[in-house]
Design a protein around this ligand. Structure first.
Ligand code: NAD
Length: 335
């Protein structure tokens, strides 16, 4: 029996999670939702079957000539789990619907941590989500930090982490807001919330973060410094990163001089240039005066997709961490 998955909110994250679910042999998409009859709704209707996220909008879809199979309530009746990919904070408003329907739910990083029983990142705390009903997959930046820090935590005694996030201002499709010329401290009052978010999945890591928005849509960039007790072998860190499929090493030597070049590579490599892996610059990994330095880029639209698949497996106890990650990696082409 395959786990039946509903996607509530067929946007940037929702469409990617739907495609990823449809590649698995132990789960299937039973339908997706949209609020408005736009081109994404039309694509969702053709690919997976569309339901109205807001019940009184059914007529708007019909008027636009888009086939709609019912409302979110109808969809939840068919589902074992809903992956809520609605805009930030809307997931919490949707939660009572899921409770009423008696389905499990996954929320995204735009929600507050208390929306779910547990926050989740595969490498950090897979086991915490086993058997749970409500799980929140942490945000793109937090997923990027959590992967790297989970690996380092298993290798060394981490004293303190300082990370600066240089964030893409909006996603490529967002034409209503942006930042054309400037660098925006966000938040201005430091530290940023990202550190607290990392602690929801790695509570023992002592971390402080700062964040700035810049006029780019492609990727976030993280400058990370980790104080570590004792000696660190840069070669060991590189080997461990090479072994972990969810980390991909890039080298300036090969021409990867910026996020633009990484995305140029990804355009050839994957549909929608989705880079599910952390893009770590090999040359940036350096140990100096007790601190390990790492620079990485994160494709914000894609990075949380494998974690959503692993979260489903954990919640339905379909596989342990190793088995789930292996399966997700294989099906998504993460090598
Ligand atoms: P998006 O705006 O691209 O998509 C949201 C979708 O939800 C839209 O299709 C919209 O039609 C639909 N929607 C609107 N109101 C709804 C409602 N009441 N019920 C159900 N659906 C509704 O947003 P996104 O970028 O995919 O973000 C979704 C979630 O994922 C947010 O929590 C966000 O913080 C998180 N997230 C986003 C990114 C990113 O970079 N885009 C990365 C990681 C996590």
């Amino acid at each position: 029996m395959k786990v039946k998955v509903a996607i509530n909110g067929y946007g940037t994250i929702g469409k990617r999670v739907a495609d990823a679910v449809s590649l698995q042999d132990d789960m299937e998409v039973v339908g997706v939702t949209k609020t408005k009859p736009d081109f994404e709704a039309r694509m969702g209707a053709e690919k997976y079957g569309l339901y109205a996220a807001i019940p009184d909008r059914v007529k708007a879809f019909e008027d636009a000539g888009i086939e709609v199979k019912g409302t979110i309530e109808d969809l939840l009746e068919k589902a074992d789990i809903v992956v809520d990919c609605s805009p930030g904070k809307v997931g919490a408003e949707n939660k009572p619907l899921y409770e009423k329907a008696g389905v499990k739910a996954i929320f995204q990083g735009g929600e507050k941590a208390h929306v779910a029983e547990v926050s989740f990142s595969s490498l950090a705390n897979y086991d915490d989500a086993v058997g749970k009903s409500f799980v929140r997959v942490v945000s793109c930046n937090t997923t990027g930090l959590a992967r790297v820090l989970s690996i380092l935590r298993d290798m060394y005694e981490l004293r303190k982490v300082r990370a600066t996030m240089i964030r893409r201002v909006v996603d490529p499709k967002e034409d209503k807001k942006g930042l054309v010329n400037g660098i925006m401290p966000d938040p201005v009052k430091l530290p940023s919330h990202h550190a607290e978010d990392v602690k929801t999945v790695l509570p023992d890591v002592n971390i402080v973060t700062t964040a700035f928005k810049v006029p780019t849509t492609l990727m976030h960039l993280h400058s990370i410094a980790v104080e570590i007790d004792g000696n660190v072998s840069v070669d060991d860190v590189i080997s461990r990163f090479e072994e972990e499929p969810r980390i991909m090493l890039f080298s300036k030597e090969e021409g990867f001089t910026s996020t633009a070049k990484i995305i140029e590579f990804a355009r050839e490599y994957r549909l929608r240039y989705d880079l599910f892996e952390n893009a770590v610059w090999r040359e940036s990994i350096n140990f100096h005066d007790g601190e390990l330095y790492i620079t990485q880029a994160i494709h914000q639209e894609a990075i949380v997709v494998p974690e959503n698949i692993d979260a489903i497996r954990a919640m339905f106890e379909l596989a342990d961490r190793q088995e789930s990650m292996k399966k997700t990696n294989r099906t998504l082409g993460i090598v």
